[in-house]
Write a protein that binds this ligand. Structure first.
Ligand code: GAF
Length: 388
């Protein structure tokens, strides 16, 4: 198995040591077991943070507004003034500016700071390095400047940073998972009320294996926002018959299907997928409680099928890996994960077969696409934490 985890070089360790941080935060990425594109429809999701993080080393620098951010992995840095933030620079800086701007909107006072980031979380793999970045910085600044923000405020301001400064109208799942997760558990989150349950995640002898397609098709941001708009169009139409509803969460599949003829076919299938996926999340929670992993796996395949054909956010590389898994008994379930158009599949696989399976999948994937597949296992881990 390729080790995707960046190990800290002695040089990085020395740089971090010499930096003398006042605050250090570990901020994790996430996986989502099931419940895709349901969060912004006020539906259900089942994510958890994983044991791969961005670490933030922070200290005040004595200025009123100069901020200096260093990324050790990418050997790059960014300096800006809190009073003159713009989104003219590289895209990763929009997340940073987004966080400080959203903190300011809450009436909190920041001052100049220096930050070093070190990460073992693969970027652009659909495991939410963005939420790890936003929530980790927000949490770090909260501690450094004693801002008194609650976890929920950190989650929401991070989501708004992404809406307003990155341009993805994301739901709340990734930020929620990055902050609220608990080791050895998955979260069953109701994205309407934000009520959640921590479900014990004991799946031995199975494991979660992520296979990274190493493709990231450029459609991801634009199509994401289009899907959101299509669902909103579906809600507007449904309000003709059900004026009290405000999201797809408020209608049943039967109510939707009753009015199929009035819908544009594309909008109908988007809405139908969302309602079916909500049902799958509830069924998956039941299967997990009953330790029925076969059933859980089937639901994962059902989710992929819906994302591929009804929601149309998959891509040929993700479909290939999902189909490939169906010929291997060791894999109980597989599906694309996250926003789609690239990134990882998540596989529920017997631990004894992991290495052989990766080897076979790598070979087949290379033959088909001439792209190197990368693989790593993920464990449910705690949400973001101050470690110093
Ligand atoms: C991305 C978004 F950020 C999430 O809010 C969620 O909608 C996900 O895509 C799809 O389930 O990760």
């Amino acid at each position: 198995m390729e080790n995707l985890i960046a190990t800290q070089s002695p040089e990085h360790t020395a740089q971090l040591g010499a930096f003398r941080a006042e605050v250090i935060i570990n901020s994790p990425g996430r996986v989502n077991l099931i419940g895709e594109h349901t969060d912004y429809n006020n539906g259900f999701v089942m994510p958890t943070a994983i044991d791969k993080t961005i670490q933030f080393h922070l200290k005040k620098n004595g200025t009123t507004s100069q901020c200096r951010i260093n990324s050790l992995n990418y050997n790059t840095s960014y300096t800006y003034d809190l009073h003159k933030a713009t989104t003219d620079d590289a895209e990763w800086t929009h997340y940073i500016i987004g966080v400080t701007e959203e903190i300011k909107k809450l009436g909190k006072t920041l001052a100049g700071f220096d930050c070093m980031m070190y990460s073992n979380l693969p970027m652009g793999a659909g495991i939410s390095s963005s939420a790890a970045l936003e929530c980790g910085l927000a949490k770090g600044l909260n501690e450094l400047f004693d801002l008194g923000l609650t976890d929920l405020e950190i989650i929401k301001l991070s989501q708004m940073a992404e809406h307003n400064y990155v341009g993805t109208k994301c739901g709340i799942m990734d930020q929620f998972a990055s902050v609220m997760s608990k080791e050895n558990h998955v979260i069953q989150l109701d994205c309407e009320s934000l009520d959640y349950k921590l479900l014990p995640f004991a799946i031995e002898p199975y494991k979660l294996l992520l296979l990274n397609t190493n493709v990231s098709h450029s459609l991801s941001t634009s199509e994401y926002n289009v899907r959101r708009a299509e669902c909103e169009a579906g809600v507007s139409l449904l309000q003709k018959w059900y004026p009290e509803i405000s999201s797809l969460r408020d209608v049943t599949l039967e109510q939707l299907q009753k009015h199929q003829d009035a819908f544009e076919p594309v909008v109908f299938k988007r809405c139908e997928y969302v309602l079916e996926e909500n049902q799958r999340v509830e069924a998956a929670a039941k299967a997990l409680k009953e330790e029925n992993l076969e059933e859980f796996g089937k639901l994962m395949y059902g989710s992929h099928e819906g994302l591929q054909h009804k929601y149309e956010v998959s891509c040929k590389e993700l479909d290939f890996l999902t189909d490939f898994s169906k010929n291997h008994d060791a894999v109980l379930g597989c599906r694309m994960m996250g926003g789609g158009f690239g990134g990882c599949t998540i596989n529920l696989i017997h631990e004894d077969e992991i290495l052989a399976y990766i080897e076979a999948a790598e070979k087949a994937y290379r033959k088909e696409f001439n792209i190197k597949l990368t693989a790593f296992t993920a464990m449910p881990a705690n949400g973001g934490k101050r470690i110093q």
